[in-house]
Ligand binder design. Structure first.
Ligand code: ADP
Ligand code: MG
Length: 693
């Protein structure tokens, strides 16, 4: 249960003054639906309103707070002319300018003869001193409230700067003092304020330097968030370790058959990774290992050999893919080899229904199926294994921390191997997987030719189409990926549809289209036609899993490449260059191209090393956006920016280890405070792994 201390922070924003049902959705869009989300909404800058000159001394272009008397109103004479109000002090005149100003309102705000405190940007214009739409116009009594350093918040449509600032202040007033969860010595060394003070400093800044990303207050909050992330991962991990594992060591007979059936040798990286996995499996604790390797680096065969290790002991193994297409692809790769080894393979996807499905589930429960391939359908309650010993989770481009544990729950003391094709920089790896052991396939199978990558403007579309035409007459097959228009799938689809129509006009009916909204069978049909060569060009939106292996495809065209994340481009490019033919990747960009976009496309041109690309992506984009965080499912941080606070991540990992070594149940006073931290950052699930949670 969440400590009651935190209740005010987890109340809906509508409990704050001024936030009614009409405003609530706007705040939800801007920050989130709870009070605590507003606390995490940090200012992006400040406006210093403490400068208080006489009118004559107010310099143009600067923010100033002026104390003036209202002289006269000059309502606008036509829609084009602004409403003007003349004010003055003993040194000169100040003209306030309002476009579309409403007379009744302005006369109420600025009664003639009265003194007002006016704050905003001063302009010198036509020998006059002016201020257009002042930010503040208040009576003298409120001068102190205006003459401060004002935080400036990122906004969303419908919410004014003043409203957001006021609501955040109200949220801040709800923030209680919380027990200190940070180590006292570390806090003192870093000279960090406590949690509440840190929030105060950031939301009521006294200068520009208070809010910069490496100010002590900001680093303190970033570290809080990173510590909650690392501690939660470490707790889940420790919990898994507590559960008994079993040593698995096959006799090698099935693996020998498969190795003999393979027309090639394992690469050094495959051998090394397999040895690491087998060593883990032989231990009496549960394995939790990540196998990382670029598309095409040969993860599947490593996974198969690991599964055979388990099957040799008489147990079962399962591999779960994120999509149906990928599950079928695993089946296509694994089945012939499994047949060579004399074992039985099953496939279960959401599409399987009826008698055939029932029979397969029976065979699985009876232990007649040794190796099960499937999608999320494997989690269904009716799916029971006879004796599952190894679960392989192929995450490809998506992550799902919970699923790993769900599949593991289908057996007794199940070892888990997670595979991912997303090259993740080391820093980010830590945030998604904590201290999980990792194996890397950093060597491509031999015989692959490098992909010739070219970057050119969309304006050269005619040349591109001419080139594609020539290549097709020589038997090439072409992927054509359409631009990411927005986050929304339907607008992607419109662009892909149009390109499909256009290419069909030019090339006839040998052009196919796949997109995320198509049903499974329809999608499979088009993919199959492309794979067998009855289609020459496959137009696709990015939502389509281009996970299918078509070695004959040698050309990848990507429109508006500048809109993609580097990791995404890398994944897409990995679809060509898989066969023996020379391959080309054309990255088409819309002009003008920003310096940063230019640099990013240049990296794509210069290297095919996914890990290098991922590191550069992190450097160029900053942690928040890296890899197209949304698509990848990597954790997003509200306060920590890994391109700035990356150094704190390793500290948080070490800190977490130490904490759990000394106080595994979080029972000491610091442990109790750390529970509050975990709840504060929504790591409730981690707290539940504690026996006394
Ligand atoms: P990944 O799953 O990592 O994307 P795959 O396991 O699908 O890669 O392997 C890609 C292709 O490379 C497959 O056709 C596979 O048969 C082949 N392959 C895997 N390992 C080797 C190797 N050591 N030598 C040659 N080809 C290999
Ligand atoms: Mg694969």
């Amino acid at each position: 249960m969440r400590p009651t201390l935190l209740n005010p922070l987890f109340a809906p924003v509508t409990t704050l003054p001024g936030v009614g049902p009409k405003m609530a959705p706007l705040y939800e869009r801007l920050t989130g639906e709870r009070v605590v989300d507003l606390l995490w909404h940090l200012p992006s800058g400040v406006i210093d309103r403490r400068f208080n000159p006489k009118v004559m001394d107010a310099p143009s272009g600067k923010v100033a707070t002026l104390v003036v008397q209202v002289d006269d109103h000059f309502p606008s004479s036509s829609a084009k002319r602004p409403y003007r109000v003349r004010c003055s002090d003993e040194t000169g005149f100040l003209h306030l300018v309002f476009f579309h100003g409403r007379e009744d309102w302005l006369r109420r705000q600025l009664p003639e003869g009265e003194w007002r405190v006016i704050s905003g940007v001063v302009e010198h214009f036509n020998n006059e001193i002016q201020m257009t739409h002042p930010d503040h116009m208040v009576p003298l009594a409120e001068q102190d409230q205006v003459m401060t350093v004002e935080p400036v918040y990122p906004l969303t449509g419908g919410l004014s700067a003043r409203m957001v600032a006021k609501t955040v202040r109200a949220a801040l007033d709800r923030a209680p003092e919380l027990p200190e969860w940070q180590d006292a010595a570390w806090l003192a060394r870093e000279k960090w304020p406590n949690w509440r003070e840190a929030l105060e400093t950031l939301h009521r800044p006294d200068s520009d330097s208070a809010i910069i990303t490496d100010s002590p207050a900001r680093r303190r909050l970033a570290y809080d968030e990173l510590l909650s992330n690392q501690l939660a991962l470490a707790m889940v991990r420790a919990n898994m370790r507590r559960l008994k594992g079993r040593p698995i060591q096959g006799d090698g007979r099935l693996r020998a058959k498969v190795l003999a059936a393979l027309p090639w040798q394992l690469t050094g990286a495959q051998q090394r990774s397999l040895a690491e996995i087998e060593a883990d499996m032989a231990e009496p604790v549960r394995m939790l290992r990540l196998l990382q390797g670029d598309v095409g680096s040969g993860k599947t065969v490593v996974a198969l050999l690991a599964m055979l290790n388990a099957i040799e002991t008489g147990a079962q193994a399962a591999i779960m893919a994120p999509t149906e297409i990928l599950a079928r692809q695993h089946l296509a790769t694994i089945e012939p080899l499994a047949t060579a080894a004399g074992i039985r393979v099953g496939l279960l996807t959401g599409r399987d229904k009826g008698k055939a499905r029932d029979r397969m589930l029976e065979a699985l429960a009876a232990g007649e199926i040794n190796l099960m391939i499937g999608t999320h359908a494997l989690f269904q309650e009716e799916v029971a294994f006879h004796d599952l010993a190894l679960a392989v989770i192929d995450e490809q481009h998506r992550f799902g921390v919970h699923q790993r544990l769900e599949l593991a729950a289908k057996g007794h003391a199940v070892d888990v191997l997670v595979m991912t094709a997303t090259p993740i920089p080391r820093t980010l790896l830590l945030t998604a997987y904590g201290d999980m052991d990792g194996s890397r396939l950093d060597e491509k199978p031999p015989g692959r030719q490098p992909v010739d990558t070219r970057v050119l403007p969309l304006a050269r579309m005619d040349d591109v189409i001419g080139g594609v035409q020539r290549a097709i007459t020589h038997g090439a097959r072409v992927y054509w990926v359409c631009p990411l228009v927005e986050e929304s799938e339907s607008s992607d689809l419109a662009a892909a549809d149009e390109r499909h129509r256009h290419l069909t006009q030019l090339f006839g009916d040998r052009v196919g289209l796949v997109h995320g909204k198509m049903k499974g069978p329809a999608k499979d049909k088009v993919m199959a036609e492309f794979a067998e060569g009855s289609l020459d060009i496959l137009v696709a939106t990015t939502v389509i899993e281009v996970g299918v292996n078509v070695p004959e495809a040698t050309i990848m065209v990507i429109e508006h490449a500048e809109r993609f994340g580097l990791a995404q481009l890398h994944q897409l490019r990995g679809r060509v260059g898989r066969g023996s033919g020379a391959s080309t990747c054309l990255l088409l960009y819309g002009s003008p191209l920003s310096e940063n976009a230019k640099a990013r496309l240049e990296i794509m041109r210069a290297t095919e090393d996914g890990f290098l690309i991922a590191e550069e992506d992190l450097r160029l984009r900053g942690g928040g956006e890296v890899l197209g965080t949304r698509q990848s499912g990597l954790p997003e941080f509200a306060l920590a920016d890994l391109s700035i606070h990356g150094d704190l991540l390793a500290v948080a990992r070490d800190d977490s280890r130490l904490i759990l070594d000394r106080d595994p149940e979080l029972k000491t006073p610091r442990g109790e405070a750390l529970r509050v931290l975990l709840y504060l950052f929504d790591r409730d699930a981690a707290v539940r792994t504690l026996r006394s949670g």
